[in-house]
Design a binder for this molecule. Structure first.
Ligand code: GLU
Length: 305
């Protein structure tokens, strides 16, 4: 492990000792930030600050083929334009691949991961992996790597969405942590970094609700502390689709930062804030922050952008 990364580990231990709320905003640069991303950024920031917590930004850029040119720069410009104040240097997952590899080695030494040569086609129509390669003992090199799951039901209580459960072996099967092309899967990178960055709280869009049990499972295997989750309802476009980079949601217009901030807080049903410099608006939003007001459910009704 590089010296920089051993430092990350040491840092985690000292933060964890403080037992202080730590939250994050973790966009993937697969497109410019849109109004849905702003809602996540604002909610994670206000929730952390309202708990006197730390807040950091992490760019989740392990999936190189899906990176959209210029979107990383747009994310960084957005953080500045909205005057968010991260408590640590912004980290980029593509610089941390050695960390994820070392965690894969750890899981391999413990017998939890194995190489898999099955193609997507072989999975069948329900996409549930039947464990075909579990006991083949294939060499890890140039193969997909899957983690074993077992038949227990994993449940967590989301701060907004209530109890959510999944039985990973029935719903999904052993899942991929590293693709055959060498790309580290989001599920692994997110769990390792939430741990190394000393995160205690995850605030993100409800589109990631169904990923949570996989992440909890990995956290259990690695003996990482549990996290608190809050999955926010999603803003939709006028076709009833969630705003996403894939369906070309409009990029945030950074010249309209105060107005957009006002709309994001409105979408979260927070008390209104006056138009001002974003830093001042955020301070007001933090002072008024009330998660009881956030609409329940996984979609925001009547917000069309
Ligand atoms: N990188 C993920 C995304 O942009 C979010 C990850 C997370 O918050 O856990 O959808």
């Amino acid at each position: 492990m590089s010296a920089k990364h051993s430092l990350a580990l040491a840092q985690r231990q000292s933060d964890a000792l403080l037992n202080r709320y730590s939250g994050r905003f973790a966009p993937s640069p697969t497109g410019p930030l849109h109004f849905g991303s702003l809602i996540t950024a604002v909610a994670s920031y206000c929730d952390a600050r309202a708990h006197q917590g730390r807040w950091v930004v992490r760019i989740e850029d392990t999936d190189i083929p899906r990176i959209y040119p210029g979107s990383e720069a747009h994310i960084l410009r957005s953080i500045d334009a909205f005057q968010f104040e991260p408590d640590a240097e912004i980290i980029f997952q593509k610089d941390r691949l050695d960390l994820y590899e070392s965690v894969l080695e750890q899981l391999h030494a413990q017998g939890w991961v194995y190489a898999c040569q099955c193609t997507r086609k072989m999975l069948g129509s329900n996409h549930i992996y039947q464990g075909t390669c579990r006991d083949l003992g294939l060499a890890l090199k140039d193969q997909a790597i899957r983690v074993k799951v077992d038949a227990q039901e994993i449940c967590f209580t989301d701060r907004l969405q209530g109890t959510h459960c999944s039985n990973l072996s029935q719903d999904l099967g052993d899942f991929v942590l590293k693709r055959r092309d060498g790309i580290i899967n989001y599920q692994l990178a997110v769990v390792v970094d939430d741990y190394l960055q000393g995160m205690t709280h995850v605030v993100r869009g409800a589109d990631l609700l169904d990923n949570t049990e996989r992440q909890i499972w990995l956290g259990q295997l690695l003996d990482y502390p549990k996290l608190e989750y809050m999955h926010l309802p999603l803003a939709m476009n006028d076709q009833g689709q969630k705003l996403s980079k894939q369906n070309m949601a409009q990029a945030l217009d950074l010249n309209q930062a105060p107005q957009l901030l006002q709309q994001a807080l409105q979408a979260l049903h927070q008390a209104p804030v006056d138009l001002d410099a974003p830093r001042i608006m955020l301070q007001q939003a933090i002072a008024q922050w009330d998660i009881e007001q956030i609409p329940k459910g996984t979609t925001l009704k009547g917000i069309f952008l």
